[in-house]
Design a binder for this molecule. Structure first.
Ligand SMILES: *[C@@H]1O[C@H](CO)[C@@H](O)[C@H](O)[C@H]1NC(C)=O
Ligand SMILES: *[C@@H]1O[C@H](CO)[C@@H](O)[C@H](O)[C@H]1NC(C)=O
Ligand SMILES: *[C@@H]1O[C@H](CO)[C@@H](O)[C@H](O)[C@H]1NC(C)=O
Ligand SMILES: *[C@@H]1O[C@H](CO)[C@@H](O)[C@H](O)[C@H]1NC(C)=O
Ligand SMILES: *[C@@H]1O[C@H](CO)[C@@H](O)[C@H](O)[C@H]1NC(C)=O
Ligand SMILES: *[C@@H]1O[C@H](CO)[C@@H](O)[C@H](O)[C@H]1NC(C)=O
Ligand SMILES: *[C@@H]1O[C@H](CO)[C@@H](O)[C@H](O)[C@H]1NC(C)=O
Ligand SMILES: *[C@@H]1O[C@H](CO)[C@@H](O)[C@H](O)[C@H]1NC(C)=O
Ligand SMILES: *[C@@H]1O[C@H](CO)[C@@H](O)[C@H](O)[C@H]1NC(C)=O
Length: 512
């Protein structure tokens, strides 16, 4: 999934040292004591054998270098001659995707079709790392063209230890699945390599890349609990106007425990951080986060009470409650000798310079800065807002400039080159046997074919177009062992996916 917090992606990209939060704020986790962690089921998942596939560093120019791409296989339901159900692991370690091979969508489709299940790790993520460090130059092979070519090469040539038959494409039907960034990739694979990818499911596939993405937070505004959203809107309007006046500028930051955070943009960014929890909601209790509900509970309900917090500075109780939540959750946890700027600031170029392989935050961020965008900014003035108007494009681009100084062989563009991504179809991406599956309340929906500005489509077996009611981010990807205990909307989408994949497979004919 794209980290909620920059997210995309899915997307909270939680790196060893940093999280990048909505509004692009960066929080140095190693300076904060650990917080309650969202339960992860990966460790409970059955163990699947793990293998390597040899890939060239560059598919288009011969460099002579190769690297190992990691993948996992489930033969649990496999009937020789059956299809292959492959899950693209996107911008994360493939290990985190193993629950989908165990009880999630891959297991569900493999069981229904006698299929072989595979999780394929993406270049540069997990242990599928083709380079020795993450400098700008070393990251130059991390792009959509190379990573799609990896998958094509895999489909054409993989030989799985212990499976003697030839399962490669196009001799076998391969069904390609991905969620979020990987969902976009799933669609891109179907349209780029139609002879290799027999069918594909793009779940919450963010095929439409945009330089700025104010719509993400606007979905939260539209679908969040009304009282909670009202409290957030009240707070943001008051905070922005108090920041504007020199007499209230200091006192309002102090109320949040952030008087010494130098830049107002960092302040605005940090107070947007709780919104990232919207995306962490899941119907599956094993991976659900209730952080958004806790945030809303802390904000209370609208009233007409105001309080004077400094001479001439009066705020609503919404602001008091919001400030208390931020102070307790973030500000007060940044302890001396670290300064607030060290915990929450983004203006020190020196803090971006480490390029060793542990700095995994550099990976998705690089894809954001070069090709995907999705930079979180305030909405246009006529749209009510749940994040501060201090969150500008310049501010969101700053980590791009600081993190990736020009190399000898590669320079990151001044703004992300989203046209490269949108050339695969954007909001209009479509093909026979390409299913588009999205969540109604998914903050990434505006970047999918279910965007409010996309053309409506009919939903057919050959081109399924499914919107899961009440769902957030790729809710169909999860499954629990007892499928009848899944909520009705999830049960329904899984049944529909089984039905259209089975129908597609009836049409498969191996080439002569
Ligand atoms: C796969 O490749 C990785 C990285 O190159 C290596 O550390 C690992 O031992 C390999 N695993 C197998 C099973 O060959
Ligand atoms: C596998 O599919 C069969 C029906 O084909 C069903 O009875 C069974 O519950 C399924 N098992 C799992 C683990 O989904
Ligand atoms: C990064 O790795 C390349 C080799 O791939 C090497 O030439 C370069 O010096 C390394 N840079 C840093 C900063 O480690
Ligand atoms: C922030 O929280 C700390 C720890 O609970 C407390 O000492 C401090 O007074 C709070 N600051 C504000 C501005 O409320
Ligand atoms: C802010 O910084 C000043 C000096 O740098 C220090 O004296 C003061 O205690 C700090 N305030 C807070 C709330 O950390
Ligand atoms: C707040 O004040 C408005 C207008 O004075 C009133 O209509 C509303 O009912 C009040 N709300 C509450 C919760 O007291
Ligand atoms: C985060 O904080 C740790 C501990 O203070 C420090 O060593 C590290 O350099 C910081 N990382 C970043 C990216 O600022
Ligand atoms: C899209 O089309 C479907 C049927 O084809 C219809 O039920 C739905 O209301 C349409 N949605 C919009 C937003 O027009
Ligand atoms: C599966 O879930 C259903 C519905 O919640 C429940 O009735 C049934 O007992 C569960 N089965 C098992 C084996 O836990």
């Amino acid at each position: 999934m794209l980290s909620s917090i920059v997210w995309l992606v899915a997307f909270a990209i939680i790196s060893k040292a940093r999280i990048i939060a909505p509004g692009g704020q960066w929080i140095n986790l190693s300076r904060l004591p650990p917080q309650k962690e969202v339960a992860r089921r990966a460790s409970d998942a059955a163990t699947f054998p793990q293998y390597n596939f040899t890939q060239p560093l560059d598919h288009f120019i011969d460099t002579g270098f190769t690297w190992n791409q990691r993948y996992w296989v489930s033969t649990r339901h496999y009937i020789p001659g059956g299809p292959v159900i492959i899950l693209d692991s996107g911008e994360d370690s493939g290990e985190d995707r193993l629950p989908y091979l165990d009880t999630g969508i891959v297991d569900i489709l493999a069981n229904a079709t006698g299929g072989l299940g595979i999780v394929l790790e993406h270049r540069y993520y997990g242990s599928s790392v083709p380079v020795l460090n993450f400098t700008t130059d070393s990251l130059r092979w991390l792009n959509i063209e190379q990573s799609l070519a990896d998958s094509a090469n895999f489909l054409k040539n993989v030989q799985i230890p212990g499976i003697s038959e030839d399962i490669t494409s196009p001799g076998r039907p391969w069904i390609y699945y991905g969620g979020s960034y990987a969902g976009a990739r799933s669609g891109f694979m179907r349209v780029t390599y139609p002879d290799l990818v027999f069918g594909a499911i793009a779940s919450s596939g963010v095929s439409y890349a945009t330089v700025v993405d104010w719509q993400y937070c606007d979905i939260i505004r539209q679908f969040g609990p009304a009282d909670c959203i009202s409290q957030i809107e009240t707070t943001i309007l008051e905070v922005d106007s108090l920041l504007d006046k020199s007499s209230s500028h200091g006192p309002i930051k102090a109320l949040f425990g952030l008087a010494n955070l130098t830049h107002d943009e960092d302040f605005a960014s940090l107070i947007a951080a709780p919104l990232g929890a919207w995306q962490d909601k899941n119907w599956d209790p094993a991976v659900n986060s209730d952080a958004f509900d806790e945030f809303c509970a802390a904000l209370g309900t609208p009233d007409n009470v105001t309080t004077s917090v400094a001479k001439g500075v009066t705020v609503s109780s919404a602001v008091i409650n919001y400030a208390t939540y931020i102070n307790e959750t973030y500000s007060s946890r940044c302890r001396s000798p670290a300064t607030l700027d060290e915990c929450f600031g983004t203006f020190d170029p020196a803090s971006y310079q480490a390029t060793d392989l542990s700095e995994t935050w550099r990976l998705w961020q690089f894809q954001v800065c070069t090709q995907f965008g999705f930079l979180m900014t305030a909405p246009p003035p006529q749209i009510p807002r749940v994040i501060s108007n201090r969150l500008t494009l310049d501010y969101a681009l700053q980590p791009c400039k600081f993190s990736y100084p020009p190399g000898e062989f590669f320079t990151v563009p001044n703004v992300p080159d989203v046209a490269v991504i949108n050339a695969y179809g954007g909001l209009n991406i479509a093909a026979d046997r390409l299913a588009i599956v999205d969540g109604q309340e998914d903050p990434w929906r505006p970047n999918t074919p279910h965007s409010d500005i996309a053309k409506n489509r009919s939903d057919t077996i050959i081109r399924p177009f499914k919107l899961i009611p009440g769902a957030v981010h790729h809710y169909d990807e999860n499954g629990i062992a007892n499928h009848s205990a899944e909520p009705p909307a999830i049960h329904t989408i899984h049944d529909q996916e089984i039905q259209f994949v089975q129908a597609w497979l009836k049409d498969f004919q191996a080439p002569k």
